[in-house]
Design a protein around this ligand. Sequence first.
Ligand SMILES: [Fe+2]
Ligand SMILES: [Fe+2]
Length: 398
Amino acid sequence: MDHPHPATLDPIYAPGASAAEAALSAAKLRRRGAKLLVGSAVGFGLSFVAMMATSAAAPGTVVFLVATVLGMAGAGHSIAALVKGLAAGPGATGTASAVALTFGNLFMTGLGAFAAFLSTVTFTRGRQIRSAGKILLPPVETGDAWTGAGLSSSGPVGVIETDDEATRAKVAAQWRENGRTEHASVAAFARLTLDLMALGAPPELVADANRDALDEIRHAELCFGLARAIDGRIESPGAFPAAARARTLSRSRTLALAQLAVDSLVDGALHEGVSARIIAKLARRCEAPAIQGILKEIAADEGRHARHGWDVVRWCLAEGGDSVAHALEGALRALPKTMSSPMPDEARDGRWECWGIMGEELEAEEHEATRVDLERRVAQAIAATRQATLGYGNVSVG
Ligand SMILES: [Fe+2]
Ligand SMILES: [Fe+2]
């Protein structure tokens, strides 16, 4: 299979028709690259000032991310200028290709690391949709549209054995928060379907994405139905227009495959894998039969979703070859060693695990186990791809 290298994807990176044209093009690229790098430097300065001057992390983080994008774009233009400049010299085509390959690989590694960073700023259960790294979730409003999962008629008695109304309300609220992430996952799998279709994926992967979306609809209904059974409040996810604003793939096929591979690695293999392990453990620790049944059902589904995430990663590797492999290696380097999701303070010590709400220790244990397994499996998949396409396969992903 013939895979275009990232350095050849955009006409601006294509070798010029003559040395004079190449030299002119290189000068333009150098000027553009310099402007972008200056913009990036200013952005990093502003983000530092914003982080120092405000208590909220968001403004500084946004400026930091913009500065990073500008820096990557500036570096890309500078690399292209270097390649053009080399190509302008007599007999320099081979050197230019080697330089383009090296920097192209570095670019893909940086792209993968950047995408993984954005996807791990906050950990939530399962596949999510984001805009500039921010997870998008639906609002909650009065209504019974998503509470009909067979629990709403059972009432609060027996679901949670406590007379503490404040605790009952907080546990129900956390189940609604779980339901919001499940509801948003429906949109995430719809996005995955569109991405797979755009890239020409086989029907099995498209079918899996659609089946997984149906699972997430059921999960959202289970969570909102359970919350209603716990505290009696009739609430459902509301209109979710932000779902239509989730990020789309690059128009470059190689970059799009790399994006999809990293997304599926982080959100599919890692986040869904961690969720499956945590929820399976919660099912064993849970003391309320109604909640235990829900946890078992969701755990089995999330385990299958994680396997589908791996299927997408392997397909992207087979399609995109070494460029995707570099993006995945970059992603692995950017994965945080620890991860913490938002949770009520009362749940942190694990006291709510009897009601299906995880504590910090359980989350840390299962994240660590999943991450270690993920690093090993990615290394194996990359080695197999390189063995098949390039003839070498000893890969370090440390
Ligand atoms: Fe789910
Ligand atoms: Fe899922």
